[in-house]
Structures are given as structure tokens and as C-alpha cells.
Design a binder for this molecule. Structure first.
Ligand SMILES: Nc1ncnc2c1ncn2[C@@H]1O[C@H](COP(=O)(O)OP(=O)(O)OP(=O)(O)O)[C@@H](O)[C@H]1O
Length: 258
């Protein structure tokens, strides 16, 4: 369980997050929603332990986040940042292998890398130079690195979390579904706590169990995804009319600007 109580963040004298409280359960997918500048990435940064909150408390699996060493944290949580311009001078295989560094367990690395390569269909990219990949391919490889970081042999898994900042921003429809279904299966099959920032609310409806809806640094609504994806709170949060419909065949929610 990841538990946040009254988290606040002030940067450069500006209030970025105010009094944000929630709990994230293992085996669940939670999306962080909100308009540009609402504080989503800042909240993900606090959750990742990248920076301390200005006030409030955050505990990871029963321990305050400040009590974790960086290496211990890296064994339990992986972060996929927004599509970055990092020009790794490495092959795809080497970038994915970076995810294994915190474990220092060479016996398991080959098994982990083979599993991830197969799960994300990276066979044809494996020997390519990372810098030569398209933006979408690079995003898949970053996701694969995170998967390699969280990989554990069956039956021997500690609590783990996967934090994703707009993981599908550069992806085509097929790969959006591939990555999000993989994240969902990590939650359901492997007990991982998954948190993702998403701008596509229809995709959020499809993938998430729960949502945190931020508005100007405060939590406007939190709870099961269908209780958050309602026209009123979404219209307030995005400061534009939003419509929520249900697809007559699939029963899925379809969310768009009204
Ligand atoms: N170091 C900083 N100093 C001052 N303000 C900052 C700093 N970092 C972020 N902010 C501000 O905090 C607010 C929240 O930023 P954040 O990146 O968390 O928003 P977001 O919801 O992820 O936005 P987006 O959807 O555009 O990615 C923004 O107004 C941003 O300009």
C-alpha cells in the first residue's frame, strides 16, 4: 500500500500541490488526471521519491518514503518519464538492461531480459541503436526498461510499483493498447501497484480501476474510475465542457470535449 496524507508541495514560493491524500492498493491501476499544469507530474515526482513534499507524509509499503535508500527504492519501483530526448549511446538491449542495475544479480538478468523482450515484442529492435529509434519505439523501450527493473521470478515477488508519466503520448493505437494492457496485467497478475498520468480519458476509462482528479494543485475527486469520469467534475477540472457517453456495444465510457 502507498499512502499519502495531506501532501503539499511549494516550489519557488508557488503552491503546486495542496493537501492531497489518497491510498493506492497493490494489484490496482490508478490514473492521475487533470489539465495542463494541474500538478500531475509534480505528484508523480513525490510518489517516486524524487523530491520530498513540503508538508504531509508519504509511506511506501508501511515505511516512510524518507526511510528508503535510493537503491532499495529502485528495487521496488520503476518510473517511466515523459518521452525524453535522452540520446543513450546504447543499443536497445543495453538500455533495457539498465533496469537490472539496482538488483546486482547477474544470474537472473538474462532471464529477465528475455522475458521482457518477448512480452513487448522487441525482438526486431533488440540490437538497434536506441538513438536511431522513432519516438514511439523509444517509449516502448523505456517501458521495457521499467519492466526489467520490476521483473522477479514467479513466486518470489516483493511489493512493487510502476509509475508512468504519459506512457502512451508517442504511441500509435496498437502500441497504446499493448503498453496499457501490459501495465494492467502487471497489476492483476503480478500484484504491482500501477500509477499512470493519462490525458486520454477514454483510454483511462479502459485501463484504470481508480482515478485521482487534480485541479490547480488540489484533489477535486478520487475514487473508482467511473465515479471520477463524470461530466461535472471533469468539466470543472479541464475548465471546458466535457461529455461522457457509454458505448452501446462495449459498455465502455467515451470521454471527450463536449
Ligand atoms: N520548479 C518549479 N518551480 C516553479 N513552478 C513549477 C516548478 N515545477 C513545476 N512548476 C509548476 O507547477 C505546476 C504543475 O506542474 P506539473 O508539471 O506538475 O503539471 P502537470 O499537471 O503535469 O502538467 P502537464 O499536463 O502540462 O504535463 C505548473 O504550473 C508548473 O509551471
Amino acid at each position: 500500500m502507498i499512502r499519502a496524507e495531506s501532501l503539499s508541495l511549494t516550489l519557488g514560493g508557488k503552491s503546486i500541490l495542496r493537501d492531497v491524500s489518497f491510498a493506492l492498493a497493490p494489484s490496482s491501476v490508478t490514473v492521475i488526471l487533470g489539465a495542463n499544469g494541474a500538478g500531475k507530474s509534480s505528484l508523480l515526482g513525490l510518489l517516486a521519491g524524487d523530491r520530498p513534499a513540503s508538508a504531509g507524509s508519504l509511506s511506501w509499503f508501511g515505511r516512510p518514503i524518507g526511510a528508503w535508500t535510493a537503491r532499495d527504492l529502485a528495487r521496488h519501483r520503476a518510473v517511466v518519464p515523459q518521452a525524453s530526448q535522452l540520446a543513450f549511446p546504447f543499443t536497445v538491449a543495453e538500455v533495457v538492461a539498465l533496469g537490472r542495475l539496482p538488483h546486482a544479480d547477474p544470474r537472473r538478468d538474462a532471464e529477465a531480459l528475455a522475458a521482457v523482450r518477448h512480452r513487448l515484442s522487441l525482438e526486431t529492435l533488440w540490437s538497434r541503436s536506441f538513438a536511431s529509434l522513432s519516438g514511439g519505439e523509444q517509449q516502448r523501450v523505456q517501458f521495457a526498461r521499467a519492466l526489467a527493473q520490476l521483473w522477479h521470478p514467479p513466486g518470489d515477488a516483493p511489493p512493487r510499483a510502476l509509475l508512468l508519466d504519459e506512457p502512451t503520448a508517442a504511441l500509435d493505437l496498437k502500441h497504446q493498447v499493448l503498453i496499457l494492457e501490459e501495465a494492467r496485467s502487471l497489476a492483476q497478475r503480478d500484484g504491482v501497484t500501477v500509477v499512470a498520468i493519462l490525458h486520454d480519458l477514454t483510454l483511462a476509462a479502459r485501463i484504470a480501476d481508480r482515478a485521482l482528479l487534480l485541479h490547480r494543485g488540489a484533489l477535486l475527486r478520487a475514487g473508482p474510475i467511473e465515479s471520477v469520469l463524470e461530466a461535472d467534475p471533469l468539466s470543472t477540472a479541464y475548465e471546458t465542457p466535457v461529455s461522457v457517453l457509454r458505448h452501446p456495444d462495449s459498455g465502455r465510457l467515451l470521454v471527450s470535449a463536449a
